[in-house]
Structures are given as structure tokens and as C-alpha cells.
Design a protein around this ligand. Structure first.
Ligand SMILES: Cc1cc2nc3c(=O)[nH]c(=O)nc-3n(C[C@H](O)[C@H](O)[C@H](O)COP(=O)(O)OP(=O)(O)OC[C@H]3O[C@@H](n4cnc5c(N)ncnc54)[C@H](O)[C@@H]3O)c2cc1C
Length: 330
């Protein structure tokens, strides 16, 4: 590993740092302390003074700010050029990037241009016991296993998905420097032009799911599309909305909009009922903040029981019809 600092490339959400950036910063801060390095947050954009200060308040030791009208909207080539110039100048050891559409786009380019190893979609980043190396933990085999991947180049790049780390807390007293850097871009560097946002109305199913107080979700334990009515009937009896795991939505047992998880809807209802759902991390990260989680699964070892507040070890085909009957009787 190089001597340089640890970087987080920030993304903004309107006038504030995106949630995923703040989550990644908390892990970057922990690593920088353990390795006796500094945490630098790089904020590239336009009119981003507030974002730079936010990065300081959320724990950066140093903020590298590039502010240029040509960077007002993300486009691949200008952003990549600016980041590569900054890398040349500051020589960071580890660069952590949100695994968002834009982050994934430029991370790959930086890694290729800079001949640096990259691990995508990390779920955790840990030091080895002797602190000489970094373990990049990422899901594999559709999230059923986690692999420990190592980078052999001196500089390392990781993209990190949302929900992997707990947000860093605000600290108004944090001491940080802001370094202003020029973008050194010209109009010639801009090969694609952002024109306008196209307004799209949120799908009513998704909107209803996101605002729901009670969600009944079904997984592959339902076995087939013919049995999906059990999820819908329980939801109806409870006045709840229906959710699903990714394979269920992929198979078309329900509308795609109803997928809960990191690549679907992130829900926080008062009650979340998981029927025949194993509890893969990608699903858990989409519902773990629900106030009460109830899981029904016939496997007592199913990982969902680690997240659930109430666990029912039962065959859902026996349990759910009886539950619907009881609720209707009430
Ligand atoms: C990049 C990426 C993104 C992903 N994004 C998402 C996402 O957003 N959302 C998501 O959900 N997944 C996502 N996944 C997929 C995820 O990793 C899991 O594969 C998926 O969540 C598993 O779905 P499941 O629980 O329905 O199926 P399974 O893992 O097959 O689990 C079925 C469960 O049903 C139980 N069961 C079987 N029969 C019965 C019965 N008769 N009664 C009671 N229980 C029974 C079994 O014990 C088992 O625990 C993603 C994966 C990747 C790689």
C-alpha cells in the first residue's frame, strides 16, 4: 500500500452530500485512523462550497474542491480528467467511490487510465490483522457468498454500494482544510452536453410501496407464480402493500416496481412481513430500517431471522392461510 491518504470522491444530492458519500466517509475515517493517514474528500462540481463544508463537518481532514461551470452536470470525460490530474498531484493510497451510476462510470476509467486495481460493489472494507493489506469484501454468486478480494497495485480503488456502512455523524467542531484546485478544463474537454432533466412521474405502485405503513413481501419460498396470491391476500387482509425479492420480481410473479432491496425500493414501514425470504444482504439493506420485522421461513437457520424482530419457523403454505383466516375473523 502507498504512503498517500485515503480519498472519498463525493457525490451531491441537491445542496447536500449524498447519503452514500456520508456512509463511505465513516468507513474511510475508520481506516484512515487505523492506518495513521488523513481522510481527503474530493468534491468536483459547480457552486459546491456548501458541499465542501459538509464534507468537513462529516469528518474529512482535508477537502479538495474543484468548482467549475463545466462540471455542473456529471459527464464522463471532464470528471475523469479532473480526477486523474488530482491523483497525479496528491498520490492517494486508497480511493473510495460510491457505486452509483456515475461512480461506476468514472471508477472504471480511472482504474484503466491509472493502471490501478479496483474492486467493485464492496460490502465491507477491512484491514488484515497486521494492517499491511486491505480486504475488499464483495458479494459473489448472487449474494450467497462474500469473497475477500485483494488488490496488488500500490494504489487501490473500491466502489461501495449504498447501505454498506453506517453514516458518519456530523461534527461541527471537526478541523479540516479546504484546498481549492482549478479544473484546467476547456470547452474542448466536454464531448457530451447535458441539456435538461426529463421529468418522469413516479410509478404509482412504487409510490404506494414507499409510503406504506405495512408491507407484506414474498420470496422464492412461494415456489411459483400460482402461489403469489397468498402474499396479496395477506396484504389485503392487513391493508398493507405488497413487496418482493429480486428473483420474484425478475420472474414476473409481481410488478418489477415492487422489488425491495438495494437495487429496488428501500422501505421503512412500521411493520415488514417477510414470507419465504432467505435474508440476502441486498434484500436486508432495503428493509432493515422497518420498525418491526416479522419473518416466516421453514428453515430455522435462514439469515432473515438475524434481522427479524419476530421469527416464525413454519411452512408458509400452512401458516399464511390460517393467519389470513384469523385476521379476517377479527
Ligand atoms: C448486485 C445484486 C443486487 C441485488 N439486489 C437485490 C435486491 O434489491 N433485492 C433482493 O431481494 N435481492 C437482490 N439481489 C438478490 C439476492 O442476493 C438474493 O438472491 C435474493 O434476495 C434471494 O431471494 P429470496 O429470499 O426470495 O430467495 P432464496 O434465497 O431462494 O430464499 C427462499 C427462502 O424461502 C424459504 N422457504 C422455502 N420454502 C418455504 C416454505 N414452504 N415456507 C417458508 N419458507 C420457505 C427458504 O428456506 C429460503 O430461506 C441482488 C443480488 C445482486 C448480486
Amino acid at each position: 500500500m502507498k504512503n498517500g491518504n485515503i480519498w472519498v470522491i463525493a457525490e451531491r444530492n441537491g445542496d447536500t452530500l449524498s447519503n452514500i458519500t456520508i456512509e463511505i466517509m465513516s468507513k474511510a475515517k475508520e481506516l484512515s485512523k487505523a492506518l495513521d493517514k488523513k481522510l481527503s474528500v474530493v468534491t468536483i462540481g459547480y457552486e459546491n462550497d456548501v458541499i465542501a463544508k459538509e464534507a468537513g463537518v462529516y469528518g474529512a481532514d482535508r477537502v479538495i474542491q474543484v468548482n467549475d461551470k463545466l462540471l455542473e452536470h456529471y459527464t464522463t470525460l471532464p470528471f475523469t480528467k479532473v480526477i486523474l490530474n488530482l491523483i497525479d498531484k496528491y498520490d492517494p493510497a486508497l480511493i473510495m467511490i460510491p457505486a452509483t451510476v456515475n461512480g461506476r462510470d468514472f471508477a472504471g476509467r480511472i482504474c484503466a487510465k491509472n493502471n490501478t486495481g479496483l474492486v467493485a460493489d464492496c460490502h465491507d472494507i477491512k484491514l488484515t490483522d497486521d494492517k499491511s493489506d486491505i480486504k475488499f469484501i464483495r458479494p459473489t454468486f448472487d449474494g450467497k457468498l462474500f469473497s475477500d478480494v485483494r488488490i496488488s497495485s500500490e494504489r487501490m480503488i473500491a466502489t461501495v454500494g449504498k447501505g454498506a456502512f453506517v453514516r458518519q455523524l456530523r461534527n461541527e467542531d471537526n478541523k479540516y482544510d479546504i484546498i481549492i484546485e482549478e479544473s484546467n478544463l476547456t470547452e474542448e474537454d466536454v464531448k457530451t452536453t447535458f441539456v435538461d432533466f426529463e421529468k418522469s412521474d413516479m410509478d404509482p405502485l412504487l409510490e404506494s410501496l414507499l409510503n406504506s405503513k405495512v408491507v407484506v413481501s414474498g420470496g422464492m419460498g412461494l415456489k411459483s407464480a400460482e402461489n403469489w396470491h397468498l402474499v396479496e391476500e395477506l396484504a389485503e387482509a392487513l391493508g398493507a402493500n405488497v413487496g418482493a425479492t429480486k428473483p420474484v420480481a425478475d420472474l414476473g410473479w409481481c410488478a418489477k416496481e415492487l422489488q425491495v432491496g438495494v437495487t429496488g425500493a428501500v422501505v421503512k414501514p412500521d411493520v415488514y412481513i417477510a414470507l419465504g425470504i432467505s435474508g440476502a444482504i441486498q434484500h436486508i439493506n432495503g428493509m432493515k430500517d422497518s420498525s418491526v420485522i416479522i419473518a416466516v421461513n421453514n428453515d430455522p437457520e435462514a439469515p432473515i431471522f438475524k434481522t427479524a424482530h419476530y421469527g416464525i419457523v413454519a411452512d408458509l403454505f400452512e401458516f399464511v392461510p390460517k393467519l389470513i383466516e384469523k385476521i379476517k375473523a377479527l
